[in-house]
Design a protein around this ligand. Structure first.
Ligand code: B3K
Ligand code: ZN
Length: 878
């Protein structure tokens, strides 16, 4: 497949204003009749050229132009296109019939069947697997869709927009439904569903008083598990009105849950399609983390209605325009619904683990990429999570009021359009008068900037000089970088831990404590500083950078105990732990004895935990050590995952021992009594109790193991049960065997819950795991055509089990290569995703690096790879 470049963007030669589709659903031969209203694009660069429509895996029936049948000499047909060589100058109607085979569609792009339910996935380029079309996001059309199916197999027929008509035909052998979506949309937002599904319904009254019918369609018998999603939907709709003034714009909003789905969910206009694991939840079946994820993904897809659907992307290089912005919006929603600080910690943790790792390796790319082979490979942590950070920085630089003005201007100016990142940024410049010229580099320069900070205090002048230096590391294709505009939120703590008022040399006070680092090196002088301060930097994680400042442990301990910015208290604790672990790994590698730092850290952690004003969810975050993957990322080269695991275990054990009494006390006190509630406060208690359990288990006394087994046996909800199962599986032994057998017995009929059973085994650091995981690929409940199963088993093993995936014998890499190659023949998107687990291979120590390279080369040398896997393999190996 060819490489597509942003610089080659041209407006389409033709536009399609109206689409009429008549789809007759059949498991193996679905007929699609399309009628398109086409006209030349007045803004096209080239006039009167050919009309080249995209199409893939289609069987072409007949074509008519203005009612006249075309013959083979009127068009050119290839595997990927249908071209009319001389289309009329005047607007015309094109009718095309195609045939597709939903059951044979294992790539899950276009129309396919999941569990006997017809469904579709068109982003990014799936519509071309349904019919020939200008399958690009800057072609906006209104759609009218007639669906026809066997009423017994598919009593429910859904598409975008509002239902216009439905009825029986052929004496009841078939039935149909006609849907009309009045809002012009790109083809990637098109969707259809047909199946035997059960709805749960509700209504929402918008702020202007319109009534919207809401429905969530799920498998029969699972209706009760959709209540939480419905609740989240209504809260999202209300929040978008209150926070952004955005109202819903159709009479109905439908959500459908399907089992086989390449992603989490999809924002099709008025008809969101979801992976069922992000819809279905009950206390018995879903963990608090899943409840939270459902809330945030429901919100995310709903928020796309404005940021993505009404204003869409001009081309796929602008993907962050909708994704980064919508992630920012869903993060803000969760912050308002739950705890802002805890939400920030969770988001930053996620950003660092996934995006920072991506940015540090061969798959690094700018938030707005400049080229791609397969666009589906660019739905990345960089586009989504870093993209959200860029929007957050705009809000930080402008302040809340001007940010809102900029958003309002964006909605006013571009509603109904396919827009660009540049146009988005111009709205904020126009609303605030602030120049974002340098800030734009964040969209084009890849890599995580390093910020090195030094503070020097002059006690005679009472000044504190903060020197900041920024280094933007080289990334593939970008050896040299310009300095960026980095908003740094700072605080200065006095000896008592209180904030010192910030005053700069020129007498000004930085708004919200934010200073703008724009040069390579810059000095900020604070005046009237009464005593030697401790700097609290990058408060709230004001920019996605790696900041380093050389502070004595006592200063870190002060920040952990007293920083008024709670996020930074956590940040101090987390980097203290990370530094301790890195140091321990270095000592081990050098054959040196452990320092006393672990103990100091453990004690400081114990002291920080005591603050009774801190909510349980926050204290749970304090108690979680950095992951082994985080430590590997910080070490950055010659990584030995086995040493990291050893250091990690030792520190967990040390914390467990040092804080034993405190943790036991928390474990007792945080037990939630009464019926289960998924609210943030109750979830926080469970999280804290489970975090205490983790550390107590690491301590590893006989009583600790008994407590763990009891935790599993006595669990009354999936949060506690899954947590205990995970810890047991990591330990192995008879308790683990018993718990895994029990879990399997209870849940083997549940397609969603059983994934936990696969995942905890894949994540176990035991040496036997690789054999077990290989065996599980043959388990009757496992299937390579079910993305959730692949992610639970293969994905968890490769991305969530650093020590066994990175076995020195290379068996982990070989296993992944086998799976990627097998998957590639079925579902290239998922295969490419799985392969991404090898992206940090170059940072491994030499023995493992050689084994990883071998596995990668085996993949790269395989004949007829998909372009998805081909692209990832070659970028990783490069
Ligand atoms: N927009 C979709 C993602 C589509 C991925 C296509 N490979 C879901 C979302 O981000 O909301
Ligand atoms: Zn999205």
């Amino acid at each position: 497949a060819p490489t597509v470049h942003l610089k080659d963007y041209r407006p389409p030669a033709y536009l399609i204003d109206r689409v009429n589709l008549d789809i007759s659903l059949d498991p193996t031969r679905t007929e699609v009749k399309s009628r398109l209203s086409v006209r030349a694009n007045p803004k096209a660069a080239v006039k009167r050229g050919p009309l080249q429509l995209d199409g893939q895996h289609l069987e072409l029936g007949d074509i008519k132009l203005n009612g006249r049948a075309l013959t083979k000499k009127d068009y050119k047909l290839t595997d990927t296109s249908l071209t009319l060589t001389k289309p009329p100058v005047k607007p015309f109607t094109l009718e095309i019939t195609t045939y597709i085979n939903p059951d044979a569609n294992k790539a899950l792009s276009g129309i396919y069947r999941s569990n006997n339910v017809y469904c579709s996935q068109c982003e990014a380029q799936g519509f071309r697997r349904i019919t020939y079309f200008l399958d690009r996001p800057d072609v906006l059309a209104t759609y009218t869709v007639r669906l026809e199916a066997d009423p017994a197999a598919a009593p429910v027929l859904l598409s975008n927009g509002n239902l216009q008509e439905r009825g029986m035909i052929d004496g009841g052998a078939r039935h149909y439904a006609i849907w009309h979506d009045p809002h012009p949309k790109p083809s990637y937002l098109f969707a259809v569903v047909g199946g035997d599904l059960a709805p749960i319904s509700s209504t929402f009254h918008t702020m202007s008083g319109r009534k919207v019918d809401l429905a969530i369609y799920v498998e029969h018998g699972k209706e009760g598990r959709a209540a939480w999603a419905m609740d989240a939907l209504k809260r999202s709709m209300k929040w978008d009105e209150e926070r952004f003034g955005r109202e819903y714009d159709l009479d109905v909003f439908n959500i459908v849950a399907v089992s086989d789905f390449n992603l989490g969910a999809m924002e099709n206009k008025g008809l969101n399609i979801f992976n069922d694991r992000l819809v279905l939840a009950s206390p018995e079946t879903a963990t608090d983390t899943i409840f939270e994820a459902i809330e945030s993904v429901i919100a995310h897809e709903y928020f796309h209605n404005w940021t993505g659907n009404r204003i869409t992307c001009r081309d796929w290089f602008q993907l962050c325009l909708k994704e980064g912005l919508t992630v920012f919006r869903d993060q803000e929603f969760s912050s308002d619904e739950r705890s802002r600080t805890v939400q920030r910690i969770v988001d930053v943790r996620q950003l660092k683990t996934h995006q920072f790792a991506e940015d540090a390796g061969p798959l690094a790319h700018p938030v707005r990429p400049e080229s791609f082979v397969e666009i589906n490979n660019f739905y990345t942590a960089t586009v989504y999570e870093k993209g959200a950070e860029l929007v957050r920085m705009i809000a930080t630089i402008l302040g809340a009021d001007d940010f809102r003005k900029g958003m309002d201007l964006y909605f006013d100016r571009h509603d109904g359009e396919a827009a660009t990142v540049d146009q988005f940024l111009t709205c904020f410049e126009d609303a605030s008068g602030i120049d974002l010229g340098q800030f734009k580099l964040w969209y084009s320069q890849a890599g995580t900037p390093e910020v090195i900070a030094r503070l020097s205090y002059n006690k005679d002048r009472k000044t504190a000089d903060l020197e900041l230096e920024q280094i933007v590391p080289p990334t593939p294709g970008q050896p040299n970088k310009k300095p960026m505009h980095i908003p740094v939120r700072v605080g200065l703590l006095g000896a008592n831990g209180h904030d010192i008022d910030l005053k700069l040399e020129d007498g000004s006070t930085p708004r919200d404590g934010v200073i703008d680092l724009t040069k390579r090196r810059q000095r900020f002088r604070f005046v009237d500083v009464p005593s030697q301060p401790v700097p609290s930097l990058l408060r709230g994680f004001s920019a996605p950078v790696n900041i380093t400042v050389d502070l004595p442990d006592t200063d870190i301990e002060l920040l952990m105990a007293a920083d008024s910015d709670q996020f930074n208290r956590w940040q101090a604790a987390n980097s203290y732990a990370a530094q301790t672990l890195v140091e321990a790994v270095r000592n081990m590698a050098a054959g040196k004895r452990a320092s006393g730092r672990g103990l100091r850290y453990a004690r400081a952690l114990g002291a920080a935990l005591i603050d009774g004003d801190l909510e349980p969810a926050y204290r749970a975050e304090l108690l979680k050590l950095p992951t082994q993957a985080d430590v590997a990322r910080i070490i950055g080269k010659d990584v030995d995952p086995a040493l990291i695991q050893r250091a990690h275990r030792q520190l967990s054990k040390l914390v467990g021992r040092t804080l034993g009494a405190q943790l036991e006390d928390l474990y007792r006190r945080m037990a939630v009594k009464g019926p289960f509630s998924p609210d943030a406060a109750s979830a926080g208690k469970r999280a804290l109790r489970n975090a205490a359990l983790t550390l107590l288990t690491a301590r590893g006394s006989e009583d600790d193991i008994k407590r763990l087994a009891r935790h599993y046996a006595k669990a009354t909800n999936m949060t506690d049960r899954a947590h205990a199962l995970h810890l047991l599986a990591a330990k192995g032994g008879t308790e683990a065997k018993a718990a895994l057998a029990d879990f399997y017995d209870t849940w083997h009929d549940d397609n969603v819950v059983i994934d936990t059973w696969f995942a905890v085994q894949a994540q176990s650091p035991l040496n036997s795991t690789i054999t077990r995981v290989r065996a599980l690929t043959q388990h009757p409940l496992f299937s390579l055509t079910a993305p959730n199963k692949v992610r639970a088993l293969v994905g968890t093993f490769a991305a969530g089990n650093p020590v066994q995936f990175n076995r020195p014998d290379g068996a982990g890499y070989a296993f992944l290569a086998d799976q990627v190659l097998a998957l590639d023949r079925l579902n290239p998107q998922i295969a490419a995703r799985m392969l991404g687990a090898l992206r940090s291979w170059r940072s491994l120590e030499s023995e493992r690096r050689a084994k990883a390279r071998k596995a990668l080369q085996r993949i790269a040398r395989t004949k007829s790879l998909s372009s998805d896997v081909q692209e990832i393999a070659s970028r990783i190996l490069d």
